[in-house]
Design a protein. Structure first.
Length: 209
């Protein structure tokens, strides 16, 4: 398998992705991905998790600090809020396949703290072959994008989250629902209002299944 540092002009995970293989083979291969520069500072690749052949697949932005350390998706503060919101919407997390558009943590260091930075568009594009293969293996009836980064990864860079949240759109043979990322709820000035709107989106999207 090719190794070495990727060129900024040609960065892509494609050369590391074993197309057409099983989920287990994909996850194993992803651990060695050098498709963009983010692998250099991240602790590890954080691949998607959940039942293969899940009816519902949710796609977030990227792993956070806790996810990077533990190697599992949505286990930090945003993940705990997502668990609560899913339960409120009548969705069982064990039934959902959860992943991210980008599989490595992008951050800036401030002393001992690692502060989240939104992934660049080039990094989202570079990582897309992994997401494409997850979609192939899981074959969800509905994909829910959590936040603008995930939505633009699947629906294109011009997609407007605020104009489409809570809606389902058809794209490339996929049914894609859109809402905010749970981290946006945590940062909201009015937490209760933001959380209630998030649960309302999830409730509407669940009905689309």
């Amino acid at each position: 398998m090719p190794s070495g540092r990727p060129s900024k002009d040609t960065a892509s995970a494609a050369q590391f992705v074993p197309e057409g293989k099983s989920w287990a083979a994909l996850r194993s291969a992803a651990a060695g991905c050098r498709g963009c520069e983010l692998y250099r500072d991240a602790t590890q690749t954080v691949f998607g998790e959940g039942p293969v052949k899940a009816r519902l697949m949710m796609v977030g932005e990227q792993p956070g600090d806790r996810e990077d350390v533990e190697g599992h998706v949505f286990v930090g503060p945003a993940g705990r809020l997502l668990d609560k919101a899913l339960a409120a919407a009548g969705i069982a997390r064990p039934d959902v396949y959860l992943t991210n558009a980008v599989k490595h943590f992008r951050f800036t260091a401030r002393g001992k703290r690692r502060i989240h930075q939104q992934p660049r568009r080039s990094e989202v594009v570079a990582c897309f072959p992994w997401l494409r293969e997850e979609l192939r293996v899981v074959k969800p009836d509905l994909v829910v994008c959590l936040g603008a980064v995930a939505a633009k990864a699947l629906l294109g860079p011009s997609f407007k989250l605020t104009e489409n949240r809570g809606r389902v759109v058809e794209h490339d043979g996929l049914r894609v629902g859109v809402t905010v990322h749970p981290s946006a709820v945590l940062r909201a000035e009015d937490f209760t209002e933001s959380y209630d709107a998030f649960v309302a989106d999830l409730t509407v999207l669940k009905k689309a299944l």
